[in-house]
Design a protein around this ligand. Structure first.
Ligand code: NAD
Length: 378
């Protein structure tokens, strides 16, 4: 079968769904690989590097879609792209089925089979190698620290120099999921003093193992909702959390917020008053900007200065490190392909008896199979 990789069409999207190293491995699994000309340009992978890896370069999107049995993409397809898709073809990309019922309908009408990489059951340990939400959140967390360092006027590490003693920067991370933990490791690696908070107490050990200090909210309430994710906390907890965050805002130089609750707007954790209380020259990077922001003063997509504090609300942190994020994403899809093609003969078997594959298959041969049945209790 032929795996096709179109150029991403979403404005500002710089990632690409496969990279030359992975092309070679897909070919070893028995597939032919076709890449649209220019697909890797924004991630610094030229047509020539794909060609050297064995891919065929196709000049236009229409031909690419028409000749591909399986399409690998990053973003879910636009309506125009669905129109180009082959009847009965297979698509692997982010889909977010709960938010995009219309897209599901359009793809089902094409009798497609659609594997939504965002719908992978993340708690299965054998699914980790395919977990693109994790790989991409890790890149975003790293990049958030780089953006903070770029906007901050001082070193992160403390130094004793002939010109004087420099204190280390203090960084507070709100939310210690995948992105927050990556940010903790990166900021600690640069030499900052790092503190972090999460409503899920179970992450405290991971914060410490990455070089951070876990700061507790003085209020007993378990923060885990379903599937390892957070829930909306009680008003009492939120009040106690605001008091703790207000204290941190006065003390630290940099705040990176990553807090999200599935299916809800991002919790507002940093108020305008807290921003006002920060030292001039401080920086906030709000990684939840796209979901409404964790900070009241965030402007999604922008970096703004308010009360002397730079508030970075970029929504394209992953695309700002497109070579890295594309490479990790391509590897996630390679691992998925290995699961689909155990025979290594260039064919795929979408095995609905396999828990990981069942979870991410949102359409099978034109039939919508999302949401999957609840997992059987042991
Ligand atoms: P996410 O992006 O949905 O949320 C980011 C973080 O914000 C979470 O840690 C959440 O607890 C935290 N948060 C939410 N509300 C908050 C608040 N009011 N104050 C402070 N923090 C708040 O989560 P994610 O990073 O995608 O993943 C969350 C969890 O999913 C993981 O930490 C893990 O438990 C689970 N997961 C499991 C696996 C696996 O088992 N293989 C893989 C990936 C993720």
């Amino acid at each position: 079968l032929t795996i096709g990789v179109p150029r991403e069409v979403f404005p500002g999207e710089k990632r690409v769904a496969t990279v030359p190293d992975v092309v070679e491995k897909l070919i070893k699994l028995g597939f032919s690989v076709a890449v649209e000309s220019g697909a890797g340009d924004a991630a610094n992978f030229s047509d020539d590097t794909y060609r050297a890896a064995g891919a065929q370069i196709v000049n236009d999107a229409a031909t690419l879609w028409a000749t591909s049995d399986i399409v690998f993409k990053v973003r879910g397809p636009s309506a125009e792209e669905v129109g180009l898709m082959r009847e009965g073809g297979t698509l692997v990309s982010f889909i977010w089925p709960a938010q995009n019922p219309e897209l599901l309908k359009q793809l089902a009408a094409k009798r497609a089979t659609v594997l939504a990489i965002d719908s992978l059951p993340r708690t299965l340990s054998r699914a980790q190698k395919m977990d693109a939400l994790t790989s991409q959140a890790g890149v975003a967390g790293y990049r958030a620290v780089i953006e903070a360092a770029n906007a901050f006027g001082r070193f992160f590490s403390g130094q004793v120099t002939a010109a004087g003693k420099i204190p280390p920067a203090k960084v507070f991370i709100a939310g210690a999921g995948v992105a927050g933990l990556a940010a903790i490791g990166t900021a600690a690696g640069l030499g900052a003093i790092v503190r972090a908070n999460d409503t899920r107490a179970e992450v405290a050990d991971q914060v410490v193992s990455l070089g951070g200090e876990f700061v507790k909210v003085d209020y007993e309430e378990e923060g885990s909702g379903g599937g390892g994710y957070a829930k909306v906390m009680s008003e009492g907890f939120q009040q106690a959390q605001r008091e703790m965050y207000a204290k941190q805002a006065k003390e630290v130089d940099i705040i990176i917020t990553t807090a999200l609750i599935p299916g809800k707007p991002a919790p507002k954790l940093i108020t305008a008053d807290m921003v006002k209380s920060m030292k001039p020259g401080s920086v906030i990077v709000d990684m939840a900007a796209e979901q409404g922001g964790n900070c009241e003063l965030t402007e999604p997509g922008q970096a703004v200065v308010k009360h002397g504090v730079t508030i970075v609300g970029y929504t394209d942190l992953v695309s700002r490190l497109s070579k890295q994020s594309s490479t990790l994403y391509a590897n996630n899809l390679l691992r998925l392909t290995e699961e689909l093609c155990k025979t290594k003969d260039g064919t795929i078997n979408v095995n609905m008896e396999d828990g990981a594959i069942r979870g991410l298959t949102v359409i099978k041969d034109g039939e919508v199979t999302w949401p999957p049945p609840a997992p059987k209790l042991p």
